[in-house]
Write a protein that binds this ligand. Structure first.
Ligand code: NAP
Length: 314
């Protein structure tokens, strides 16, 4: 068999995120002029996790750049779940706040089940991450509500890149409540034929290679190799893993990879679940970074604007 060496089309998340951001501007202006304040997002950050600090900073900056009010409330790593719950309650009651999110993960000291307790406490109308069981249920029933940002962003990316969903076979690898399951629901509601795979799936590569659209949401660098992918299929790489080991990165991307220089400069490179060789088989592929990541943030902003409009005009 000869190998087709044409590179997959790159699906640029930054360009699509920018288009969505631009579409939010007039809605924010309309809201501001009719209500007299901008849409507001309340963020709770517990502990001092380095990754969470960066995510939260990005969220606050993205809000401010767009004219959405962002308020950050913090508690230390030794705090109790009750302190986090109290901050959530404050935001729930605050009329200037339309969306509430609690940055995950919570400090381990808060114990198992803390995250679910906190997500359950957010007013479903303000639940811009879409993790509350009411919103998960509404999504399953295809009723209006708040869908999580990452899978919603993937649908936007497919739509705005002209990739058909209806009638196509989609395989979602990963079954988490925040990515895999809602991703499968959204694809199902768009009339794809959906298979959800996970760590106990037998013969995963064979199952995935039946798909027209493969969504990888696992968190294992380079796990999805070319034998997982039907020639011409669309591959969406949701995975993000920070890799710091030069030798491991070189074995995945090659000794000449610009990522090695990124490690020198920044100490780490963010790597997806999809092996670089998949670019030679797939028809279209999202890069990491610069694929799904930018969409996750812009969909959070979109959910915040949506929540503000709905609270104003139910
Ligand atoms: P998660 O809760 O850890 O779930 C991972 C899923 O992958 C689980 O369902 C697990 O299966 C499955 N899995 C693990 N190893 C597997 C294997 N060897 N074969 C098949 N399936 C396997 O992670 P998550 O929160 O869904 O996130 C997934 C990835 O997406 C992570 O890398 C995360 O950082 C990234 N992410 C990125 C963004 C973004 O904006 N780009 C947003 C959210 C998440 P089991 O259920 O059987 O254990």
């Amino acid at each position: 068999m000869t190998t087709e060496l044409t590179e997959a089309r790159k699906l640029d998340g930054k360009v699509v995120a920018e288009a969505i951001r631009a579409s939010l501007v007039p809605r924010i202006e309309r809201f501001l002029s009719s209500v007299g304040r901008p849409p507001g997002l309340g963020i709770v950050l517990a502990g001092d996790d380095g990754g969470s600090e960066i995510y939260v900073r990005n969220k606050v900056q993205s809000c401010e750049a767009l004219g959405v009010f962002a308020e950050l409330k913090r508690v230390g790593k030794e705090s109790s779940v009750d302190e986090v719950l109290a901050l959530v309650e404050d935001f729930n009651r605050d009329d200037a706040i339309d969306g509430v999110l609690v940055q995950s993960p919570l400090p381990v000291g808060m114990g198992q089940g803390a995250e679910q307790r906190v997500f359950d406490a957010i007013d479903p109308k303000k639940d811009v991450d879409g993790f509350h069981p009411v919103n998960a249920g509404r999504l399953a029933q295809k009723r209006s509500g708040m869908a999580p940002g990452t899978p919603s962003g993937v649908i936007e990316l497919l739509d705005r890149s002209g990739i058909a969903i209806e009638g196509r076979r989609a395989v979602v690898i990963g079954r988490s409540d925040i990515v895999g399951k809602p991703m499968a629901m959204l694809l199902l509601h768009r009339n794809a034929t959906v298979t959800i795979c996970h760590s106990r799936t037998t013969d995963l590569a064979a199952v995935a290679s039946e798909a027209d659209i493969v969504i990888a949401a696992i968190g294992r660098p380079g796990f999805v190799t070319r034998d997982f992918v039907k020639p011409g299929a669309t591959v969406i790489d949701v995975g993000t893993t920070r890799m710091t080991n030069r030798a491991e990165v070189a074995s995945l991307f090659g000794q000449d990879s610009p990522r090695l220089e990124v490690i020198e400069r920044r100490g780490a490179t963010t790597v997806g679940d999809v092996h670089p060789d998949v670019a030679q088989v797939a028809g279209a592929l999202t890069p990491v970074p610069g694929g799904v990541g930018p969409l996750t943030i812009v969909m959070l902003l979109s959910n915040t604007v949506h929540a503000a409009e709905r609270r104003r005009d139910p």
